[in-house]
Design a binder for this molecule. Sequence first.
Ligand code: ATP
Length: 716
Amino acid sequence: MEAAGRDAAMTGPADCTEMEEQHKVGNMTVDLEAPASPEASAIRCRDVCRSYGKMKVLSSLNLTVPQGHIYGLLGPSGCGKTTLLKCIVGSLKISRGHISVLGKPPAYPGHDVPGKMVGYMPQELALYNEFTISDTLTFFGRVHGLTAKETRARMDFLVDFLDLPQKHSLVRNLSGGQKRRVSLGAALLQNPELLILDEPTVGVDPVLRAKIWQHLVEIVKTGKVSVIITTHYIEEARQANVVGLMRNGRLLAEGPPDAVMKQHNATTLEHAFLQLCETSDQVGSKPGSSPPGGPLGNSLSFESGRDESRPILAVGPEAPTYSADWKVRARHVVPKWRNISALMIKTLVRMKRMPGSLCFQFLLPVIQVSLICLCIGGDPNGIQVAVVNNETSPSAYSRSLLSFLDNSSVQQVPLSHADAFDGVHNGEYWGVVGFGQNFTSYLNKRMMQRQVSREVVDGGSVHVWLDLTNRQIAFMLQKKLHEAFQTFVDNKLGSFSYLVALPIKFEEPIYGSLNTDFTTFVTPGAVLSITFYLAVGLTALSFVLERKEGLLDRCWVAGVSSLETMLAHLFSQLFVISVQIVLLLLFILLVFKLPNEGSLTLVVVLIVLQGITGISFGLVISAAIDDEQSANQAALGIFYPNLILCGIIWPVECIPYPLRYISMALPQTYASEALRCIMYRGWGLSRMMVWRGFAVTLGWNTVFLVLATVILKLRT
Ligand SMILES: Nc1ncnc2c1ncn2[C@@H]1O[C@H](COP(=O)(O)OP(=O)(O)OP(=O)(O)O)[C@@H](O)[C@H]1O
């Protein structure tokens, strides 16, 4: 009876009407293995189309995987098998047609596909290299909601059945074939009702290949489990109950292997497939011979023996409508803590397996902030200056004045006039300080007499010629000379020093101290910037690599939503940035003694929020970009513009106007200002300059997180 059915399923167009007739009356002799109704099929694809850009990969494809059967999907490389499987599991959207998997379309609210009803082994290995075999299976067990005991029991079985090495072996140390078997184990773990296996036997030795097929045959016997499997070894597909032969995005034939071979008088499936391809090419090459549905006039569907070329969507029951009430829809959208915690544990285990990288991540911000505090904003040291002193007397004022010059910053090199200027021209000295031979007497006259000649003014001045190519060094020299002169005047004139002082008096500062240096200005912004960029770096590649390795798809098929993936990344990276922030604060407050006049809680919360902004921005990059190089470029590309525009290294007030508006909208401009206000002015949230920084940061967090979730959702 079975053989008869198989034969009937593969008969040509002449038998088609007869078959349909038999089907209508429910005559089981047509094909005992064929499902009698749509509900009895594990997978039904009708008129499925899918393109990548302009390239059509699946065109009007119809396929039926009967419940409790093994379906071997065969076809040359690039014909669209993987694309079809991705459409079936719901990780790729179809552009036309209808797919139902275990009774409902994939990703339908409340449906467990994707989820624990389906076990998916993608073509890529899709394994975490830092995991052990045990970690891998435990992770998928958690996602599927298995208890630890259930996971352990399945793990023991799978390790034995798939002949895997020790459970505690690291995946990255396994051979290619062993990795494929672990990947297969992950798909089999939860005893799914539907197994979707994309080339599971590649790189597997013949003995194990036979064992895998034997297992598949075994599990479908109950009638509850269905399998769709793609393979390049066409002959091994003879063990399947049904084979589908695919070419150029269409199914050329579908039926039991024996029937396919019989119809084409072939002794092997491979031969039958070659014949089908030839027929397809001949039909396709005849001008005007291609029917609307495809080149093969006699291609038959396994389910009904129906002509594939006929429009299918027009047939009522082929595209059923489904409905789910709002509670089910709501449950479908709400993220599951089980999945989030499984993903978080996964990230933490991966971190634990890479202790060197984790230590580096913790220490990097400390190293960066220490370098900023040590190297930026301080006074230059050992700056060589040529001194041309034409006074010879030991009691000359010039000598006294020079003795008050800060020797640690300025290194005086006594030289002749010519050598001093040659030295500056050759880049050896940063300037020349010159005293005329009557400096002492002229200076006395300047200080004592009401009116003096221009010659006295000139001769009683310290002459300085600077190399102004380095503003900071030139400023420092000017400042040191002013300080030395002031000390000299105080020393010589005592209470009469006001006679030569500027009539401007700087009182005690209202905020900050008289010694405030550039480091004090730059550090709060730098702390935010470091936290932001390290967080971007932590996350910018996360999805890129996982997508590339097929892990994102695999987790999606296991039932993990985009939002859950996003939240899990956010929470686990939050742990890393929390440690980074604690170390950062310890260093800037205790080691570098930066003042903090305000609330430490506000400081911590603002830095953490900026870290979250970095994580969420990294997630946007990661969700939107496919390859590492572009993701790295995007992350690095915004680094400098952002650093310069957000007033971290130079005040925003110096930015010309159109650019200043952009600067104000950036995540760190108002946040840096807020942090400076908290730390140096002791302000709280009631001040606009403080709450504005928090508000902008929270706004960016929301925008980035929503954007990343939407992009990820659209792309999976
Ligand atoms: N993301 C993508 N973007 C653009 N084109 C793609 C993408 N993925 C697949 N393709 C193209 O779609 C076609 C079908 O690819 P698919 O991976 O489905 O083939 P396949 O039958 O599974 O091949 P194989 O047996 O070699 O795995 C190929 O021409 C491939 O280049």
